[in-house]
Unconditional design. Structure first.
Ligand code: URA
Length: 230
């Protein structure tokens, strides 16, 4: 991780910088009362790939940066394994403040943060969104079970959304490590497809409510691990 310890991100993109400043002042939910600082996100805008996790933990709350703890180290390894680095990927969370004791974010907290996430996605304008864990997955796949749909990308209007287990899951369950690695290995092919075939539909909505379609790449077929989980 090359981000300076203790320096929250200063976005180079003016729209992203404005967004980060608004997030820093946000009083919209209870998490504003307990946070050390907000954790808006990090990485370039625009960016081809955007990873969206759940919420900051203790290390992220201290540093103002997403995924700087143990799960972040694994995320960096996963990105490195497919030739990407955190410098080239935009990394964010559904919720921008740490839930006390790392409890799950509550529906009202997710709803309060959602306008920020929507603007962030619009500014970053990714070809591929990787959802890490069930809270970001639920934004596009409400009611889905992560064990059934991980690694199965779908196109939502202008973007491909690839649901994955949260990297922290592999820290508790070693058997998920190869599953997450196999899902990450789909990214280069999906990105290539998005670039060459053009994921964008003219004027296509990319809202979660938009009609979604499976992605044509072979990646959409269930892997052996997935079949065993179905
Ligand atoms: N887990 C998350 O979902 N986000 C972080 O930023 C860190 C851990």
């Amino acid at each position: 991780m090359s981000d300076a310890i203790g320096s929250p991100p200063r976005a180079a993109n003016p729209a992203l910088l404005t967004l980060y400043e608004e997030i820093a002042d946000c009083p919209a939910c209870e998490l504003a009362r307990t946070r050390t600082q907000t954790v808006p996100g990090v990485g370039p805008a625009p960016a081809e790939v955007m990873c969206i996790g759940e919420a900051p933990g203790a290390r992220e709350d201290e540093q103002g940066l997403p995924f700087v703890g143990p799960a972040g180290r694994f995320l960096d390894q996963l990105l490195g394994g497919i030739g990407l680095s955190r410098e080239t990927v935009h990394i964010a969370n559904v919720v921008k403040c740490r839930p006390p004791g790392n409890r799950d974010p509550q529906p009202e907290e997710i709803a309060a943060c959602n306008p920020f996430l929507e603007r962030q996605i619009a500014i970053v304008d990714p070809l591929l969104i990787v959802t890490l864990g069930r809270f970001s997955m639920s934004r596009w796949f409400p009611g889905a079970s992560i064990s059934r749909i991980h690694g199965r990308p779908r196109r939502f209007g202008g973007r491909i959304v690839l649901p994955m287990y949260h990297p922290a899951a592999a820290l508790h369950r070693g058997d998920l490590r190869p599953v997450i690695e196999a899902d990450f290995a789909l990214i280069p092919e999906l990105l290539e497809e998005a670039r060459t075939e053009g994921a964008r539909e003219p004027g296509g909505a990319d809202e979660p409510s938009a009609h979604s379609t499976p992605v044509a790449a072979a990646a959409a077929a269930p892997s052996a691990e997935q079949r065993s989980l179905l």
